[in-house]
Ligand binder design. Structure first.
Ligand code: NAD
Length: 417
């Protein structure tokens, strides 16, 4: 990942925290404390590859803050993983859990590897060894990983199994996003995309935008594909979808059902006959009402922000908009639903999974979805209220709410010793 100042995610989140601290008059000792991670663990992960050679990968687990509860955050596998990126994402998790008011702190983990070039067996060995290296800092009451980019419920099952073998008994609560058969929650796999849709529906209601129906989704993975499918079912026109290997566009709307079939058959969305092939750069700049970046960070930058034509941007990905781009979007009057609110559905249902596991009492999917809608909608209106009252953007309001919540807990607990 590029480390340009101001475009690097760690620099971005620090800048956002500094601006929030100023806005809410945060005591300097709490501000200083929140600028640092609580714990940063770097591990080396030797893995026997299928060809008999040994590769040594680098992995991280960072806990930014645990003042409001155990640390919580996903694990990603990507060649672009760096300690700075993981630190930034851990801090974002602290704010995300606070903004939706669930009793967790923030964490994130990652391994710098190319999962697309590894076999399932190699990925299993990598996951198990990574788990054993970070084992001292994770646990149901300490830090609870979940899926993120290029990790899934199978990855979580391997982590749970490795952790449980070490303990000598089954510990389903060590991860969320598990398969249902070993204590996963109904609705968890769709939760982030569903949460994105709920925040979008709340936004459209607030803006009274009944016409706002043309949607572009960048990233057709666990989050983007669910959001696109749910919106398509609701009658929204998905005119463009992008993946790492290219994007597809149809001004009249893509038939998402047929796009899914094409992808299943060919392994990719590109070359879908009912659409034009375009680049990801072009995708972001298409005329549309709603843009959902659901791929990676730093996708909307100072270089393309002025050409974004959407009225609403719902940040399904973490950190898709750089601060400079954010200012440009604000000046253009684009309504941006910030990542820490828009994509909180995943962590909310992760929380439900953890609660259900601790009680050994499981809820129906309907119950999960209703509770998710309730929590994310409450958070949306709380953020909106602050934004209208303080005349700030939704992002500034969300940060004010989140940092104030963590600061309040820090103040009450005090400083040890
Ligand atoms: P994923 O790996 O399932 O999907 C990511 C998708 O982005 C892939 O389909 C990939 O092809 C695409 N992509 C990658 N690089 C791209 C590029 N340069 N241009 C266009 N597309 C590109 O991951 P995911 O879980 O869907 O996560 C997507 C984003 O949402 C990430 O920022 C992640 O941190 C965030 N997020 C995920 C969850 C969750 O529950 N999975 C929760 C909160 C936030």
């Amino acid at each position: 990942m590029q480390l340009n100042k101001g475009e690097n995610l760690w620099e971005t989140v620090l800048q956002q925290l500094d601006e929030t601290a100023k806005r809410i008059n945060l005591e300097s000792w709490i501000h200083k404390k929140l600028r640092k991670s609580k714990r940063e663990l770097t591990v080396s992960i030797p893995v026997k590859m299928d060809n008999g050679s040994v590769e040594v990968f680098t992995g991280y687990r960072v806990q930014h803050n645990i003042t409001r509860g155990p640390a919580k955050g996903g694990i990603r596998y990507s060649p672009e993983v760096t300690l700075d990126e993981i630190k930034a994402l851990a801090m974002l998790m602290t704010w995300k859990c606070a903004v939706v008011n669930i009793p967790y702190g923030g964490a994130k983990g990652g391994v710098a590897c190319n999962p697309f070039k590894m076999s399932a067996e190699e990925l299993e060995r990598l996951t198990r060894r990574y788990t054993s290296e970070i084992l001292p800092v994770i646990g149901p009451e300490k830090d609870i990983p979940a899926p993120d980019i290029s990790t899934d419920s199978q990855t979580m099952a391997w982590i749970m199994d490795t952790y449980s073998i070490d303990k000598g008994y089954s510990v389903p609560g060590v991860v969320t996003g598990k398969p249902i058969a070993i204590g996963g929650s109904e609705g968890r796999s769709e939760a982030t995309g569903r949460g994105v849709v709920y925040t979008l529906l709340n936004t459209l209601k607030h803006l009274n935008l009944i016409e706002g129906k043309k949607v572009i989704v960048q990233g057709y993975g666990k989050v983007g594909s669910v959001a696109a499918n749910l919106l398509f079912k609701e009658g929204y026109r998905i005119i463009g979808v992008g993946e790492i290997d290219g994007a597809v566009y149809n001004a009249d709307g893509l038939d998402i059902g047929r796009l899914n079939k094409h992808r299943k058959k060919s392994g990719s969305i590109v070359k879908f006959k009912e659409a034009d092939s375009i680049t990801n750069k072009e995708l972001l700049q298409l005329k549309c009402d709603i843009l959902i970046p659901a791929a990676l960070e730093n996708q909307i930058t100072k270089d393309n922000a002025s050409r974004i034509k959407a009225k609403i941007v719902v940040e399904a990905a973490n950190g898709p908009t750089t601060p400079k781009a954010d200012k440009i979007l604000k000046e253009k009057g684009v309504f941006v639903v910030p990542d820490i609110l828009a994509n909180a559905g995943g962590v909310i249902v992760s929380y439900f999974e953890w609660v259900q596991g601790l009680q050994s009492y499981f809820w129906s999917e309907r119950e999960v979805n209703l509770k998710l809608r309730d929590i994310i909608t409450k958070a949306f209106y709380k953020v909106l209220e602050i934004s209208l009252k303080k005349k700030t953007s939704m992002r500034e309001a969300a940060y004010s709410l989140a940092v104030n919540k963590v600061a309040e807990a820090t103040r009450i607990r005090g400083l040890y010793p």
